[in-house]
Design a protein around this ligand. Structure first.
Ligand SMILES: [Fe+2]
Ligand SMILES: [Fe+2]
Length: 244
């Protein structure tokens, strides 16, 4: 759980992949073969990931500006990962869902995903940019809640529901591997930040776990993400005196 910036850089560098090289040629037909209800869930997940990955890619700049040295190099490497994830879901929405991403994805994504990634994340990032929000508070939302709970639960759901879509499953597994070191980066940055907050983070975590809707929220993978979150927060308290 506590890797250090050098190890995180090495892990992130080792995991690099090409979003354009993933073969999506069988996925559109595979999606059409799914029962309607499941096809609907996969569609909403893919559209939600399009919105989420574009926003996390767009909102990372103030995190880079707020750090230096190896920490900054980690956030820069992460920014490249997020742009790659956004490009991957561009391809997926266009070729698998068969719609134009910027307009259609926001119509197909769930309201709670839109609220978290299109509204709350940009507000937090703007605060960080302007100096009214600390790095720790911003990392708690971005890395500990959006990545470690919402995206982690969504990736598990995608790997389950879209297991018969070979390209989507391949990309989702690679995105999931990248997100793990991003969360490790968040934990390290929080340790260094002296961040203090109260039960607001618990309430936010609980709300985030429901962001993909009941089907995902009720799954054991989401309960596991929340349990891991609680362990992470307890570990941060022990190691830093940071109040989370
Ligand atoms: Fe990502
Ligand atoms: Fe990420």
């Amino acid at each position: 759980l506590l890797a250090g910036y050098r190890q995180l850089l090495a892990a992130g560098t080792r995991l690099q992949w090409d979003a354009a090289a993933i073969d999506l040629s069988h996925d559109c037909a595979a999606l059409q073969r799914l029962p309607a209800e499941r096809r609907g869930r996969v569609t909403e997940l893919l559209a939600g990931f399009w919105v989420a990955e574009h926003q996390v890619a767009d909102q990372l700049r103030p995190f880079i500006a707020a750090t230096d040295g190896d920490a900054r190099r980690c956030f820069e490497l992460q920014a490249g990962d997020e742009r790659r994830h956004a490009r991957f879901f561009d391809r997926v929405v266009r070729t698998v869902l068969g719609v134009d991403p910027p307009t259609a994805a926001r119509e197909l994504a769930g309201a709670a995903i839109i609220a978290l990634f299109d509204h709350e994340l940009p507000v937090m990032a703007a605060g960080l940019q302007e100096g009214t929000t600390g790095l720790g508070e911003a990392v708690a939302l971005y890395h500990l809640v959006l990545e470690a709970i919402v995206l982690a639960a969504g990736e598990e759901a995608l790997l389950r529901e879209a297991a018969s879509l070979p390209g989507v499953a391949d990309g989702a597994a690679r995105v999931q591997a990248d997100e793990r070191w991003h969360v490790g980066l968040g934990v390290q940055a929080l340790l260094d930040s002296g961040f203090q907050t109260g039960p607001a983070l618990d309430r936010l975590a609980a709300r985030a776990a429901g962001a993909w809707g009941e089907q995902v929220a009720g799954h054991e993978a989401t309960a596991h993400a929340l349990a891991t979150h609680r362990r992470r927060v307890a570990l941060l308290r022990r190691h830093s005196g940071v109040t989370l």
